[in-house]
Design a protein around this ligand. Sequence first.
Ligand code: C5P
Length: 233
Amino acid sequence: MAKDVIVALDFKSARETYDFLDLFQGEKPFIKIGMELFYAEGPAIVREIKRRGHKIFLDLKLHDIPNTVEKAMRVLSSLNADMCNLHAAGTRAMMSAAIKGLTREDGTRPLLIAVTQLTSTDEAALKNELLVGASMEETVKSYALNAKQAGLDGVVCSPLEAGKVHETCGKNFLTVTPGVRFAGGDAGDQKRIATPDKARELGSDYIVVGRPITAAEDPAGAYERCIKEFLRK
Ligand code: C5P
């Protein structure tokens, strides 16, 4: 199974993004584009970063009625994204429609990953606002199984949950894990963190790394360090 480091480009503009990518001489990191950059720059930024030879995870977390999600996914697939995502809360019907929309005429499609519960949702909000009676762990496991049954490839989760997800959904079900920090690094607003080395040990398939690379003095060096620790290269 392909394991990789995905660099989260949480930048506001195309200019900032390209200046950052120019720092990687010869390297072509797998890139995550989120809502801020996509809404600011539109599909053109995806096309340009693909043209430069990077793989792209489009982190747009779709959640709507199945018909709308199917059509939106068809557009994202035509941009040649390599990985897309959605909210498992949209139900299995929505997730199956998403797979249909993503699948190209030649049968290929980007990987599709589900968000189970956002890490910003805590047990209290789950119970008191969303009126979900089951625990967070039960909810995450159940949503992950729904995603698997709908034909998705994996889920976004903390590295600390990767083992549980693999236990529940099988080792080939992908775990894409943010919340990665170097030993002794600044955690920032992330709470449940692991080093790249620990994430590998815990079975993460892809680590998503933002500030430890984007805010580093030497981003290319920090990326190399992630690759070395995570892929043991
Ligand atoms: O800078 P940092 O390494 O914390 O960036 C992590 C990236 O992963 C950000 O783009 C953040 O939005 C994203 N993410 C996350 N936790 C989730 C889902 C996505 O940190 N549960």
